[in-house]
Design a protein around this ligand. Structure first.
Ligand code: IPE
Ligand code: MG
Length: 227
């Protein structure tokens, strides 16, 4: 979800206004994904590196995370959405951590869209914490280093029980992954669009789906093998 700041600037407003407008887009994207049979939606809300932004912006984003979650959780629950936060939430205030846990608990039994919100998340963090878990198991002689396989490591990652993403969408025109789901995106189809996140509409999302539908996914095989 990129482009909130630039959107605000275009409107002659402070960056905060862009982040607030971005929440509206989140709501509509969740809705459209639910309607189109998307099983898992992962939104990159706050990266491990976003702490380096000005203090006032970080504070505002934390407050917005709290108020938006507090306000939207009932609506999500009604729409059968299951919420999960991925990332190191221990860095957040106790109040926010508490709300995250409550929100996850309230929606835990829902079987509609799984909404993963990546908050204080980084792909490198994810792989590092997985490595740490494996090292612990080696230290306690539960696991031999030879038994560390791709699948063993994958099972220690944040969304171990969820398939790798099919489609990655970045709004706002930048063409980079910025430490999102690095391991999980190995064969994900990448889609970049110029629209700034607060302007990202239902039609923009459907255009991304349409583009994805025209891709041929080979996972390292040849085109002939895929026929
Ligand atoms: C994305 O919008 C929101 C967060 C990373 C929290 P930006 O804040 O990065 O917007 P730009 O890139 O400055 O326009
Ligand atoms: Mg940005």
């Amino acid at each position: 979800m990129d482009g909130n700041g630039r959107w605000a600037k275009q409107q002659g407003k402070a960056r905060h206004a862009g982040h607030r407008a971005g929440v509206e887009t989140v709501r509509s994207v969740i809705e459209v994904c639910g309607q189109h049979g998307v099983k898992v939606l992962t939104l990159f809300a706050f990266s491990s590196e976003n702490w380096q932004r000005p203090k006032t912006e970080v504070k505002m984003l934390m407050e917005l995370f709290f108020t938006a979650l507090n306000r939207e959780i009932k609506r999500m629950h009604k729409r059968n959405v299951r919420l999960r936060i991925i990332g190191d939430i221990s860095a957040f205030s106790d109040k926010l951590q508490q709300l995250i846990r409550e929100s996850e608990n309230i929606t835990a039994a829902n079987d509609g869209l799984l909404l993963q919100v990546a908050a204080n998340y980084g792909g490198r963090w994810d792989i590092t914490q997985a490595a740490r878990k494996l090292a612990g198991r080696v230290e306690s002689n539960e696991l031999h280093p030879d038994q560390i396989t791709e699948s063993e490591l994958a099972q220690c990652l944040s969304c171990a029980d969820v398939p790798d993403p099919d489609l990655f969408i970045r709004t706002g025109g930048e063409k980079r992954i910025s430490n999102f789901l690095l391991w999980q995106c190995a064969y994900t189809e990448l889609y970049f669009c110029e629209t700034l996140w607060p302007d990202f509409s239902k039609d923009d999302l459907l255009a991304a789906f349409q583009d994805y539908a025209g891709r041929q996914r080979r996972f390292g095989r040849t085109a002939e093998q895929m026929q």
